[in-house]
Design a protein around this ligand. Structure first.
Ligand code: DLL
Length: 438
């Protein structure tokens, strides 16, 4: 089989297939993908041999569990291009992951890979309710980050009018939204909140803007943030998931009026959820780490990539594809404070419930003796900020809530409105002071 991924199904109408048809297609494509990786990438040849497996060992979809995982570390070792399975001249585009530590992960696409990505992103934007002719304001960063260009091509494929704004300069973005009257906003949820603030700073009511759909992703966010975004921007907010290693945005997305969770495009990507400690494959419905395998990717086939994202698989509903539950955290996001596991999303929900606080927050970790200590930095909303006493009351209330609901003692620092740093793209929450303290 050539560089085709096999299978004859049109990428545009997967909803009409049955679950059995999708499984057949997956097996056929998986066989191709595993052989393609093994034949063309030394890393896979070695890792399969170390594990004692060969592409011929894949007879059923369940056999995939016999194959080794691919990790972020494997990308680092093979930096920049050694995981590519096609000659470099066939690679028409390079992107990177947005990791902040060490060298970024480098990914490549053939023209056909870009076409597949565009198809899947188009499906996601359509699933959120967008239609041909809608105006889409894209405030994901353009450049090596996959968010801007991935969304851009998908929206164009759908026949939308794209405004490729990229991130930053929020005041100017508000002006553009007022003038061009887009229907759809695509941004990280934290940047969308920044935009809502920028409307307020200009004395405008964002609820009255032309926006009716928001397609938000690239970082974990919560139902409380969804409610805040919907209320402030007067739109319906949808979750979009993806990662550079597998493609970029468009791996999975929520559907307007659809079932709970994000539909994962199983005709091109095969999902597993594993126990992150043992590597054992879990049943659908069980929570664990998402592991993804590409079925059709030519330039960079990814076999069993450990995403470090925590979620669970949900059965197909109103269509043949399985869904993932909202990705609430990454395995490496989890903080252990006084022996208690703490996820930023838990704190985010409590901040929203406390009242009087903006949704912006930072987590500062210090080491005092043998234990890590957590300080949660939050800021008040303008109208709530009057006196130190008010801030003291809010700090005490939030400390109590965290103790009650998360079971851990932390410090809370309440800042003045607008003083916590805003990132133009993905929010950076963690202030790491442990290395300095050691
Ligand atoms: O963030 C791709 C993307 C762009 C997705 C725009 C959605 C919208 P990376 O920079 O490689 O790619 O980061 C991928 O971000 O493994 C998750 O940890 C996190 N992430 C992405 N989308 C979501 C989401 C892009 N909807 C990493 N919910 C992933 C939670 C998300 N986490």
């Amino acid at each position: 089989m050539g560089l085709s991924g096999g299978g004859t199904m049109s990428t545009d109408a997967p909803e009409r297939q049955s679950v059995e048809q999708i499984r057949d297609l997956q097996l056929q494509r998986l066989r191709w993908s595993i052989r393609h990786a093994w034949e063309n990438v030394p890393h896979y040849r070695h890792s399969f041999a170390d594990r004692g497996v060969h592409p011929d060992d894949l007879r059923t979809l369940e056999d995939l569990a016999r194959f080794p995982f691919l990790t972020k570390q494997d990308f680092r070792v093979n930096y920049p291009f050694d995981l590519f399975a096609v000659p470099r001249e066939k690679v028409v585009r390079i992107h990177t992951s947005s990791g902040t530590t060490g060298k970024p992960t480098v990914v490549g696409y053939t023209a056909r890979d870009i076409d597949t990505w565009t198809t899947l992103m188009g499906r996601c934007i359509r699933a959120a309710g967008a239609r041909t002719g809608d105006i889409v304001h894209i405030a994901y960063d353009y450049g090596l980050f996959t968010g801007g260009l991935g969304s851009h091509w998908g929206a164009e494929r759908l026949g939308c009018t794209v405004i490729p704004v990229s991130s930053g300069r929020s005041g100017w973005q508000v002006e553009l939204i007022e003038d061009f009257r887009p229907d759809i906003l695509m941004a990280t949820p934290s940047y969308a909140l920044n935009l809502a603030e920028a409307f307020t700073r200009r004395g405008l009511d964002a609820q009255l803007s032309s926006l009716r759909i928001g397609i938000f992703g690239a970082e974990p966010w919560t139902e409380t943030t969804r409610a805040a975004l919907q209320a402030r921007l007067g739109l319906e907010a949808f979750d979009l998931y993806g990662l550079a290693e597998v493609m970029g945005p468009g791996v999975a997305c929520e559907t307007a009026g659809g079932p709970e969770g994000l539909t994962l495009w199983e005709d091109h990507i095969y999902p597993e959820v594993i126990d992150p400690h043992t590597g054992r494959v879990l049943s659908d419905g069980e929570e664990g780490e998402l592991v993804l395998t590409t079925l059709t990717k030519e330039a960079l086939p990814v076999i069993r990539y450990r995403t470090r994202d925590l979620t669970r698989l949900l059965p197909p509903q109103r269509g043949p594809m399985r869904r993932i539950a909202r990705v609430f955290a990454r395995t490496d996001d989890m903080l252990v404070i006084h022996g208690v596991n703490v996820f930023p999303s838990q704190l985010e929900a409590l901040i929203a419930h406390t009242g009087g606080l903006s949704p912006h927050y930072k987590l500062e970790i210090n080491r005092q003796g043998p234990l890590d200590e957590l300080t949660l930095h939050v800021e008040t909303l303008e109208r709530e900020y009057e006196a130190d006493a008010a801030r003291g009351r809010i700090a005490a209330e939030l400390t109590r809530q965290v103790k009650t609901y998360v079971g851990v003692s932390i410090a809370v620092a309440v800042h003045r409105p607008g003083t916590l740093e805003r990132a133009p793209g993905k929010a950076t929450r963690l202030i790491e002071r442990r290395a300095a303290a050691r």
